[in-house]
Design a protein around this ligand. Structure first.
Ligand SMILES: Cc1ncc(COP(=O)(O)O)c(C=O)c1O
Length: 410
């Protein structure tokens, strides 16, 4: 297929996909960064599970097979192998499980930019301070950007981990990870990434970026439901770790049934990140996630990124043309699925003290726009079911609001 034809085909596919998200009918949904609209394919899988549960026809073998399909699809999405993926409940679970399983020595340190990290990537490290006598070195932000240079400057011979978000929950800037990853690998420091706001929208190649650990969850850009998280641990690292919670799924049972006994004390750990699986899975949510992952893979992760970031760039440009304070202006590059609007990045988690921004927020909500407020900013987050009509809708409303409050720029 020629490029123009391929582009046309993709545009058509994205347009069709919108109808698989019934929630789009109620107006622009721009709050993926909190949670996504549920994909109808995922809902079907979830419903099928509940039906079988109700009928008494659930089949454990099929459930396990479904779990492995999900593991395989997530691995493909981030360019990893299935053995490098463990299932968790959420991002915090993934990061805390990893943190608790690392062989710390008192005096080791973790470097991060605490003011821009979600608590999911902060508290698990503080937990290790108390337990193992490590220290946390938090560097300051650069106007909303996680500063890779400051992080590397703060790291020393006792740094075990650099912990970052690939896209911050606010102001939603994307951190170029490749350089940070290369430098961390060179210095023997583990790069731990919170991918909650990127994986699913941003093509993420853990090998190329030299990411050692990545934690994410299903309910945002993977278009699933709460309760399922994914933990990638690079094979070479995972194989050296003792899981903090040993379970029957952490050990290699060969072809035995999960419940078989024998000499349990002579257990052998499962290969790679599988040793971090703990007991039965959240089957309905895990099987549902497979359908969303399949959709992302069918479309192509790079194509999804190009489409979503095309929308956010256009949206940011048009809001700026109206004179609205898009946070970071055009500096929000490389592309991110998030655009934030407001002048001050504050410390409030989900509120803003800026009366103008709150008034704009309320006006948009009253007119059917779903968006978020984080750290003092209005947060607009896009995914593959959004389109230019959503942008037009919000920009027209913003223009109207500016006129009514006498601040019209256009
Ligand atoms: C960057 C980031 N990390 C993590 C989370 C969620 O963490 P958890 O899944 O542990 O609740 C969010 C949002 O909810 C987030 O924006």
């Amino acid at each position: 297929m020629g490029t123009a034809l391929a582009d046309q085909y993709l545009a058509q596919r994205f347009a069709e996909i919108r109808s698989s998200f019934p929630g789009t009918a109620a107006g622009p949904y721009l709050d993926v960064s909190a949670r996504c609209l549920l994909y109808s394919g995922a809902r079907k899988a979830f419903d099928a599970y509940l039906d079988q549960n109700g009928d008494g026809t659930l089949d454990k073998k099929a459930m396990f097979k479904g779990v492995e399909r999900t593991r395989e699809l997530f691995a493909r999405l981030i360019h990893a192998d299935a053995d490098e993926i463990a299932f968790t409940r959420n991002v915090t679970d993934g990061i805390a499980t990893l943190a608790a399983s690392l062989p710390w020595k008192a005096g080791d340190n973790v470097v991060l930019c605490e003011s821009l990290e979600h608590p999911a990537n902060v508290y698990p490290w503080h937990g290790m301070v108390k337990r193992h006598g490590i220290t946390i070195r938090s560097v300051g932000q650069d106007a909303g950007h996680i500063p890779a240079d400051k992080i590397l400057a703060a790291a020393d011979a006792r740094t075990r981990v650099v912990a970052v978000s690939s896209v911050s929950f606010a102001p939603g800037f994307r951190l170029p990870l490749a350089e940070l990853g290369a430098e961390c690998r060179k210095r023997g420091i583990l790069l731990v990434v919170d991918g909650a706001q990127s994986v699913g929208a941003i093509d993420t190649d853990v090998r190329a970026l030299k990411i050692d650990v990545l934690a994410t969850s299903a309910q945002k850009y993977m278009m699933g439901v709460y309760g399922v998280g994914f933990l990638y641990i690079r094979r070479e690292l995972a194989d050296t770790l003792e899981p903090v919670m040993l379970s029957r799924f952490s050990v290699d049972l060969g072809n035995e049934h999960e419940g078989s006994s024998g000499d349990t004390s002579a257990y052998v750990l499962a290969k790679g990140a599988r040793r971090f699986d703990v007991g039965n899975y959240n089957y309905p949510a895990t099987l549902a996630a497979a359908e969303s992952l399949q959709l992302l893979l069918d479309l192509g992760p790079k194509e999804v990124e190009t489409y979503v970031c095309g929308l956010t760039r256009e949206f940011a440009d048009r809001m700026m043309e109206l004179g609205l304070p898009v946070y970071g202006g055009k500096s929000n590059l490389p592309g991110s699925p998030i655009v934030t609007v407001g002048k001050v990045l504050s410390t409030d988690h989900d509120a803003t003290g800026d009366n103008d921004m709150m008034a704009l927020h309320d006006f948009l909500v009253a007119n059917g726009v779903r968006l978020g407020v984080r750290r003092g900013l209005l947060r607009f987050s896009f995914h593959l079911y959004n389109n230019r009509a959503d942008i037009d809708f919000v920009v027209d409303l913003a223009r109207k609001w500016l006129k009514t409050v006498g601040k019209a720029a256009a």
